[in-house]
Each structure stands twice: as structure tokens, then as C-alpha cells.
Design a protein around this ligand. Structure first.
Ligand code: SF4
Length: 307
């Protein structure tokens, strides 16, 4: 039997809303059956093995199955407002991707796809029908449905999940999910079971495997230390890890005193010390100065380009 996604009693992600998206009911993610693509961009700011020299072609979906108050993509990820879809239908999205792949870009990434796996699969199939076979990167918040991941297995080459929290009270407060920790462990376990550790091609670019990302939050250093400890215990220290320091306080988080500022060097050093103590062998550590370099503006045609 062909595996598919059940949008009728939606349990696509761990929010388990049970709504019938086929008839227009909306759950936590406020997304129905529409393609829900916000932007197709060339992005050079990912890990070097993902971006390479030419960048990755990233497809950004609108809305999200988490609602992180500090999300840098808040213009498109908020579920309360309808973002501007810019009339991106499947034909236009495919054209924009193919135009970029023709320039020699080899990686096609999907950002925040956890609530729209069928839409993502339609785009992948459409690109393949144009005789392109890019490396597919699934770039999620880590709060993914297990069955959804199993169904996606044949289509994905690289999983690029976040591991945001080691504390469900924090994940509930800042992201709207009170069961994040157990679910992110399950999701990443499945990803690793499918793809194993990261492999590179002859050009030094990632071809297959898993990279875990963790964004260090100001005022929550113990959370980061605990996240690193869980990763080491559950997945081992040879996993590729990307430690990120680019946190920048967005408007929605400014009422939380700890989170209304950028990370300071003393905090970041504590996390780096733990990283070293645990003995992680592979990955990347972002410079602390990165915090305003990565803020996209989705009002622009190229959200990551500086004027
Ligand atoms: S995909 Fe959306 S509707 Fe479905 S369970 Fe997740 S948040 Fe709810």
C-alpha cells in the first residue's frame, strides 16, 4: 500500500489537532491544503557543507507548527495573520527553483515543512519532472510527526533539525508545545535511523545524513547545556552539530526580560565549554557577532540580501 499523509484527521505533527484540513478546518498551524509557499530564495548563510559557494535554493513555507516568540521568520511563520503568499502556485514555485538549479546550485532545502509534507512532496515531484535531481534538505524545528518522517524517507537526503529545548516548560512558554523534548528526541532518532551520520560528496558538500542545530538563548544557558547533554547521551558525540549564536530579540519576546537582549560572551563561553567537555567531534560553532547578520526581510524579493 502506498504511504500517504492523513490531512483528514490531522496528526501530521505532534500537535495532534485532529482537524479535517481537506474541508478547510484549521488546527494549530492555521494551514489547509494550499501550497503555502512564502518565498523561494538563494541562501548562502547555512552551514558550509549545505550552502557551498553557490548557496542553497530554500523554499520557505508560511505558518508553522510551533510559534516561537523569537522567530526570525515571524513575518511568514505567525499563525494568527495570513501572510502574503505572493501567488506562488506550483508552477511558479517550480520555475523559481529550476531557474536557480540551472545556475549550478545542487541543494534544495525546505524550511519549516513539518505541517506541509504533502505540499513539499508535490514540489519535489514537480522539480524531478523537470529532470532535476537536487539533494533534498529537510530543515525543521525538530517537532515532527514520526509517521510523517517515515513516509518522507525516500524523498529526503539530509535532515537539518533544531533541538531547541531540554525543558518542556520553556518550550510551552516560548513556542507553544508542552511536549517538545520527548518528541524532538523521537524525531531525531528516526532521522538518524534513516540517514545515519553526515556524508560528503567529492566537492565537500553534504550528500546524505543529519545535522542537528541548537540556537543558544540568552538567560537560558542551562537549557543549552542540558540540550548538549541529551544529544551526547541519545545520539553520541560524533553527530554533526551546529551551535548557533544568532539570537536577536524580536518584538513578541520583548516582554520577557531574559530574552529581550542578545547573548553575551560569558554565556556563550559557558556553552562552548560544555561542548568541549562533552567531546563533540564534528560540526560548526557560529561567531557571537552573528546576531544581526541573519535577520531576513520577507517583504523583499531576496529576503537575505543586504541593501
Ligand atoms: S500539521 Fe497543523 S493541523 Fe496538523 S497536527 Fe500539526 S499543527 Fe495541527
Amino acid at each position: 500500500m502506498k504511504a500517504t499523509f492523513d490531512y483528514k484527521d490531522c496528526q501530521i505533527c505532534p500537535q495532534d489537532c485532529g482537524v479535517n484540513r481537506l474541508i478547510g478546518e484549521k488546527g494549530f498551524c492555521n494551514t489547509g491544503m494550499e501550497l503555502s509557499v512564502s518565498s523561494v530564495v538563494t541562501h548562502k548563510g547555512e552551514e558550509p557543507v549545505i550552502s557551498g559557494d553557490k548557496g542553497i535554493c530554500n523554499v520557505f513555507f508560511g505558518h508553522c507548527n510551533l510559534q516561537c516568540l523569537y522567530c526570525q521568520n515571524h513575518q511568514i511563520s505567525r499563525n494568527v495573520n495570513h501572510f502574503d503568499h505572493k501567488d506562488l502556485d506550483l508552477i511558479k514555485v517550480t520555475q523559481q527553483i529550476v531557474r536557480r538549479l540551472k545556475t549550478g546550485i545542487t541543494h534544495l532545502g525546505f524550511v519549516s515543512p513539518s505541517h506541509v509534507p504533502l505540499q513539499m512532496k508535490m514540489i519535489i515531484n514537480s522539480v524531478r519532472a523537470e529532470q532535476f535531481d537536487p539533494v533534498i534538505v529537510y530543515n525543521s524545528n525538530g517537532y515532527d510527526g514520526l509517521q510523517t518522517l517515515k513516509t518522507l524517507e525516500p524523498d529526503i537526503d539530509i535532515y537539518l533539525p533544531d533541538f531547541k529545548y531540554a525543558d518542556n516548560e520553556l518550550s510551552l512558554q516560548y513556542s507553544g508545545a508542552g511536549d517538545y523534548v520527548e518528541n524532538v528526541v523521537k524525531s531525531i532518532s528516526e532521522m538518524i535511523a534513516q540517514k545515519g551520520e553526515l556524508k560528503l560528496n567529492g566537492y565537500g558538500l553534504a550528500s546524505n545524513g543529519v545535522i542537528i542545530r541548537h540556537l543558544v538563548l540568552p538567560g537560558h544557558i542551562q537549557n543549552s547545556i542540558d540540550v548538549l547533554r541529551i544529544i551526547a547521551k541519545e545520539f553520541g558525540t560524533s553527530i554533526h552539530l551546529s551551535l548557533m549564536a544568532q539570537y536577536y530579540p524580536m518584538q513578541a519576546i520583548k516582554e520577557y526580560p531574559n530574552m529581550s537582549r542578545i547573548l553575551n560572551p560569558i554565556e556563550y563561553d559557558q556553552v562552548l565549554e560544555e561542548l568541549e567537555k562533552l567531546g563533540f567531534e564534528n560540526g560548526w560553532v557560529q561567531e557571537l557577532e552573528s546576531n544581526s547578520n541573519y535577520l531576513p526581510d520577507f517583504e523583499k524579493e531576496e529576503p537575505f540580501e543586504r541593501n
